[in-house]
Design a protein around this ligand. Sequence first.
Ligand SMILES: NC(=O)c1ccc[n+]([C@@H]2O[C@H](COP(=O)([O-])OP(=O)(O)OC[C@H]3O[C@@H](n4cnc5c(N)ncnc54)[C@H](OP(=O)(O)O)[C@@H]3O)[C@@H](O)[C@H]2O)c1
Length: 392
Amino acid sequence: MGAPAGVAVLGSTGSVGRSALEVIARFPDKFRVTALCAGRNAKRLGEQARRFRPSLVCLSDESAAKRLSGLPRGTRAVFGEEGMTEAVCASGTRVVLAAASGVASIRPVIAAAGKGKRIALANKELLVMAGEFLVKAARAGKAGILPVDSEHSAVFQAIEGHRREDILRIILTASGGPFRNHTLRRMRTATVAEALGHPVWRMGDKITVDSATLMNKGLEVIEATWLFGLPPSKIDVLIHPQSAVHSMVEYRDGSLIAQLGIPDMRIPIGYALSYPERLPLELPRFMPHRMDGWTFERPDLRRFPALSIAYAAAVAGGTAPAAMNAANEVAVEAFLAGCIRFTDIVGVVEKLMAGWRRETGPVTLADVLDADVVARGEARRLISGKRGYTKR
Ligand SMILES: NC(=O)c1ccc[n+]([C@@H]2O[C@H](COP(=O)([O-])OP(=O)(O)OC[C@H]3O[C@@H](n4cnc5c(N)ncnc54)[C@H](OP(=O)(O)O)[C@@H]3O)[C@@H](O)[C@H]2O)c1
């Protein structure tokens, strides 16, 4: 048996990050934590550092890093993009679990991929914004990008060993979220608590709201185009409220290959960390005979327009996906803060995208990051112009 693989966990204090640390803690002969990175939660990061004893801990800014106390000997605190880059590129790091929310980790993750580190990717926004650059860097560094999103992990498993040209389409499944059966009128008055009540998965607030608008599925469509090198026209979405089938791939001979399992993020996280090995996770087993009434239905694009907006952004390419993602992030934040209604989230994104300029030539990473800033400003302007808007 080789030495344990060094893992840098970005977003270690979040929902995916904590699940990843659970998996890592169970297999000390296979993994050791080399770095832990979070936003501003110095307390929890400090506790994790005392438990996992990484060489580096990183927070988003200096003032947050200064609040870190009681770090074990041998653990150094760094901060910001530079600190995160040091953490992911360190020679002892073999795998980077990219699970920090937002866009702060874009450059560090691209740098790590370029250096040949395996990227276990949860943060779909990175591929949505900068898919071209991340995929190129991973190719140059001969690094793999292993999906952590359960749907993409399912597709990854259903695609292995098959020829791309034999694929008719990928079918991403979606639970449909808490408002699957709500009318648009009812959705207009949906509260934050209702939007956070996901019927299947327990996740961070932002992705939970994205699941309720179906923007999460839209982001996943774009994520899939980059991960699997397929055009948006070959990626379909079906609502499957039972969440047993995590996704499937249809081949031209009529075969459909699906991956099934209980909804537990430790499964795709474990697979992304240990691929091609499967870890003995000892989770409750999935019993197909105990499930009845599996259903699959087409999403209702009238009630959930986010999906159409995401397809259009995927087709437009350039900075359009980055702009859409940025506007969505700002709008979700505003909804969570009680400033706008649930249906305004997609309304803001739709308005912004309607006026978004299309590039005529290739875009650079700097263009994408710039589009992110511009779209955030524009989304804030649209939100502050809304009736009933209350400034915090
Ligand atoms: N949750 C899921 O089941 C799931 C499934 C598939 C994909 N994903 C994706 O995984 C990512 C994380 O989701 P989550 O649900 O785990 O989110 P979450 O619970 O909100 O956690 C977000 C994590 O990112 C950290 N973070 C925030 N800003 C940062 C910054 N500037 N620099 C470094 N770290 C920063 C947070 O640190 P603080 O605690 O200090 O704020 C926290 O550790 C998202 O991109 C999401 O779409 C999640």
